[in-house]
Design a protein around this ligand. Structure first.
Ligand SMILES: [Zn+2]
Length: 187
């Protein structure tokens, strides 16, 4: 059903209509290719809706111990908010206790970036991400902390450039304090 509707959609026409509504002159050379570029940019920001999740590789530990928790801090990712389609800049910190096999670091990072690449509501995204990581990392326990700067509150609406929305979710028995830097801060 979604695929059928998607095939019929004319996204570039939609962007042209929006530009007309805003009062832009569509014959101006500077905006001639803007509808195509805008659609491409939105496709990039929401690629997680259409692309399969990156496959996670597991390495044997080769040591008699239970590992954990493993913490990866400050994974940078970008989403768009589902209410305004404006970007959300994210920093995601993840902790997990591996099950059998230790997941490869770069695949965990890629998985978080893939998960973020779609329209989200941060509160729900955080819960979903915890479930996704439990499943995909075959983890015994997971905790995530998501810090987000929402452009819909930064450049419009409340127009607050200092906010940092922080959400956390936990699955299983894991006791670790996570921190993440505010997106946009340089240290
Ligand atoms: Zn929004």
């Amino acid at each position: 059903m979604i695929t059928e509707k998607r095939a019929k959609a004319r996204p570039e026409k939609g962007v042209e209509d929006l530009l007309l509504h805003l009062g832009e002159d569509l014959s101006r050379p500077g905006v001639a290719n803007t509808p195509r570029r805008f659609v491409k940019a939105m496709e990039e920001l929401t690629r997680g809706l259409r692309e399969p999740p990156p496959e996670v590789v597991f390495f044997p530990l080769e040591y008699e111990a239970q590992v954990g928790p493993v913490v990866i801090e400050n994974i940078g990712a970008v989403s768009v908010c589902e209410h305004h389609l404006l970007p959300i800049l994210l920093r995601v910190s993840v902790a997990y206790i591996p099950g059998d096999g230790v997941p490869g670091l770069s695949k965990v990072i890629k998985l978080v970036k893939w998960a973020a690449a779609r329209p989200i509501m941060q509160e729900r995204f955080t819960e979903w991400l915890a479930d996704l990581l439990m499943e995909r990392l075959r983890a015994r326990a997971v905790k995530v902390r998501v810090c987000g700067v929402h452009m819909c509150s930064f450049i419009r609406g409340a127009r607050d450039e200092h906010h940092n929305m922080v959400t956390e979710a936990r699955r299983g028995d894991i006791d670790v304090r996570l921190s993440c830097r505010r997106p946009l801060s340089c240290r």
